[in-house]
Design a protein. Structure first.
Length: 175
């Protein structure tokens, strides 16, 4: 394989075969981490699509989802915020985000009416992020959309494969 670039023409060695049958360059497209990332994006997109058309979601939030204003980052709050509320630092840690990034996300969700900040009953200096009434409706619609997306996944790959995938991911993630 010849390389033509800013360096002199160089002949690179032939790609090494991968245990997955792909060439050395191809493995980057087919490794497990990339496939899981694609699957997560596809799953989240389907969940948001279902929520955009759900009559259970307050209209303003449904419109945001339909216009792609709500994205995977907003799903982090939905997945990680305890129903009783969470401190911002705990929420950020649970979602694997910085406190500043989570703070920006909470600000946006607060402006949309999904969450609000309240004094922490255990520490008067701290504040907790809690779902609003609309946020709880959003959470229930999220639950229903996740269930439907999981059912669609089972139909697409078969019940046995879906079960093995779920068990394997639980074991791998340490859930």
């Amino acid at each position: 394989m010849a390389y033509h670039g800013f360096m002199a023409e160089t002949t690179l060695p032939a790609p090494m075969p991968s245990p997955f049958g792909a060439t050395e360059a191809g493995w980057r497209q087919t490794h497990l981490g990339r496939l899981m990332g694609h699957a997560l994006r596809r799953f989240d997109e389907r969940v948001l699509s279902l929520m955009a058309s759900s009559v259970e979601v307050p209209l303003a939030l449904s419109n945001l989802a339909a216009r792609d204003q709500v994205g995977a980052a907003h799903i982090h709050i939905t997945r990680h915020l305890a129903v009783a509320g969470s401190r911002l630092t705990d929420l950020a840690q649970s979602a694997g985000m910085s406190k500043q990034a989570m703070g920006d996300l909470v600000d946006q969700c607060e402006a949309w009416g999904l969450v609000t900040r309240q004094p922490d009953p255990h520490d008067k200096r701290a504040r907790r992020v809690v779902f609003t009434e609309s946020g709880l409706l959003w959470l229930e619609a999220f639950h229903q959309a996740v269930r439907q997306a999981e059912d669609e996944f089972r139909q697409a790959v078969g019940h046995d494969v879906a079960t093995v995938v779920a068990l394997g991911l639980e074991a791998y993630a340490g859930a």
